[in-house]
Design a binder for this molecule. Structure first.
Ligand code: ADP
Length: 263
């Protein structure tokens, strides 16, 4: 038989009494599932035509002929926009895979320290000159969880720090443990975020400044991916920020998921 989905809320009633309210949210749950499937299918269907489009555009740009020469600028722009659409589609697919697949597989040992070391090396290779970087990555510190969603969390938070921090700023990345669990933090000295925007940042396509985000290559889905990926790891995103001073994006993974890795 099919399972139904209920939500459950517990309210404090008189002393020592509690009121438990169950609500049948099956309909809502099914609608959410239909929406998720639709977005995943639509993104998947758009992938191939876009690959063909950007492939031909790239070819015309790389091999200019007499006919295409006068179209060079529009061709460059078309190629740039096709690439942007591809990034959005890839992010939509990442989001739907995090929302659906991940729970079906068993969690595995993830060497977070190695993943972060590789990311640190890549960031230093690309932006080493542009920012003052500080990486504090505890060795042998890993998690029981899902590697791909975790990589999405780390890479989105680090690339946002780069994107919203003017060159010359400082970016700190920390990975450490204490009694509470394992902490991941990215701190920047960037533009900062006004308080009223903070609760909405993890909504899909929510941006403080749409033009700026687009110019810097953002899809508007980064923090939505981070939020959902963290939920699957028993964690959530905390954001502290001061306008003009910078931001700290952090999360704590519960102690029972933390692993000490061997060499
Ligand atoms: P985007 O692709 O637009 O960066 P995100 O979901 O990653 O999408 O982030 C949503 C919005 O949150 C961004 O458009 C930006 O306004 C704000 N934001 C994210 N990270 C930072 C940061 N480190 N500093 C300042 N603003 C940020």
């Amino acid at each position: 038989s099919q399972k139904r989905v209920y939500s459950c809320q517990i309210f404090e009633y008189y002393h020592n009494h509690k009121l438990v309210v169950f609500e049948d949210v099956n309909e809502l749950y099914n609608l959410a599932q239909i929406r998720r499937d639709f977005v995943a299918n639509a993104s998947h269907e758009l992938r191939t035509p876009l690959t063909v489009l950007s492939g031909y555009l790239e070819m015309m740009i790389d091999m200019p002929s007499e006919e295409t020469q006068m179209w060079q600028k529009p061709l460059d722009q078309m190629f740039h926009q096709a690439k942007r659409m591809q990034s959005i589609i890839e992010d939509l697919l990442t989001l739907s895979s995090i929302e659906s697949d991940v729970l079906l597989k068993a969690p595995e040992a993830v060497a977070v320290d190695d993943i972060l070391q590789i990311m640190a090396r890549d960031q230093l290779a690309i932006y080493g000159e542009d920012y003052e970087w500080h990486f504090e990555i505890a060795e042998h510190l890993g998690l029981k969880g899902y590697a791909e969603p975790l990589k999405s969390v780390f890479s989105n938070l680090i690339s946002n720090a780069v994107r919203y921090t003017p060159k010359g700023g400082k970016i700190q990345v920390r990975w450490y443990r204490d009694q509470q669990g394992a902490h991941f933090e990215v701190q920047d000295t960037g533009i900062g975020i006004l308080k009223e925007h903070i609760p909405r940042l993890t909504e899909r396509f929510y941006r403080v400044d749409t033009a700026r985000s687009r110019d810097t290559g953002g899809t508007g889905l980064g923090l939505a991916i981070v939020k959902h990926a963290l939920e699957k790891q028993g964690s959530f995103l905390a954001i502290e920020s001061q306008i003009g001073k910078g931001s700290i994006f952090s999360c704590v993974f519960p102690a029972e998921r933390v692993l000490t890795l061997k060499d």
